[in-house]
Design a binder for this molecule. Structure first.
Ligand code: G3P
Length: 219
């Protein structure tokens, strides 16, 4: 099976606002990208309407629906702009376990996919019981660095993979992923895919970097 590749645009200057649009225009040249997901910030997620051919996810979602919720980004809103999934509880956007639970429950009713991030094995156990679609293991201290989760935490990835498969949840891993070898090792350890931010977004040629990490071709 092809690895699932989630590209988190974060709030990097070259991946926000007009630059997010330019970057998506570049990435759009990649052929057959069913397994690639682009995670956009709240100000940019509406680009989904301009790029219906790409899988666009949000970087965060709130559990509330429409109503008096200032600054909110609800599943209802995201679905209305053809965004059918989101990251949740990213290390840079943490929420508490009760809110994670409510969001997962709502995601089922809304047929909305969630990638719930966890920083360690205890969190993975707690979150796996709630059965989201995906759990992303991202050790906070490796995020944005040059040491990849696949080389630094193989044992945790293996344990996470068995916890996830017992609970019928797909495992993703992220932090410091920068090479196709990192992706292969992650898959060999039981992950279904990876989350990548700086490895692609901060590269001088993000599209070349993305295609070098995968088997994709430019169309
Ligand atoms: O969501 C992915 C992210 O946190 C990993 O960041 O820069 O280590 O690839 P990075």
């Amino acid at each position: 099976m092809k690895p699932l590749i989630f590209i988190n645009f974060k709030h990097y200057e070259n991946a926000t606002g007009r630059n997010a649009e330019l970057l998506l225009n570049e990435f759009r040249r990649i052929k057959d990208q069913k397994n690639i997901y682009y995670c956009l910030g709240p100000g940019d997620v509406r680009l989904s309407l301009q790029f219906p051919d790409l899988n666009i996810y949000s970087q965060h979602v709130d559990y509330n629906s429409y109503g008096p919720y200032t600054g909110s980004i609800s599943m209802n809103f995201l679905k209305s702009i053809n965004v059918n999934g989101s990251l949740l509880n990213h290390s840079e956007r943490r929420i508490n376990i009760n809110d994670i639970k409510k969001t997962i429950e709502n995601s089922r009713q809304n047929d909305f996919k969630l990638v719930v991030c966890s920083e360690n094995i205890d969190e993975i156990k707690d979150i796996a019981r709630l059965k989201p679609d995906y759990i992303a293991y991202e050790p906070r201290e490796l995020i944005g660095g040059d040491v990849s989760v696949s080389s630094a935490k193989p044992d945790i990835i293996k344990s996470a993979s068995s916890i996830c498969s017992e609970n019928n949840v797909k495992l993703l891993v992220g932090a410091g992923i920068k090479t196709s070898e990192d992706i292969k090792t992650s898959m060999d350890l039981g992950a279904s895919g990876v989350l990548i931010a700086s490895g692609v977004i901060k590269d001088p040629k993000p599209i070349n970097k993305l295609i070098s990490l995968t088997d994709h071709k430019i169309g």
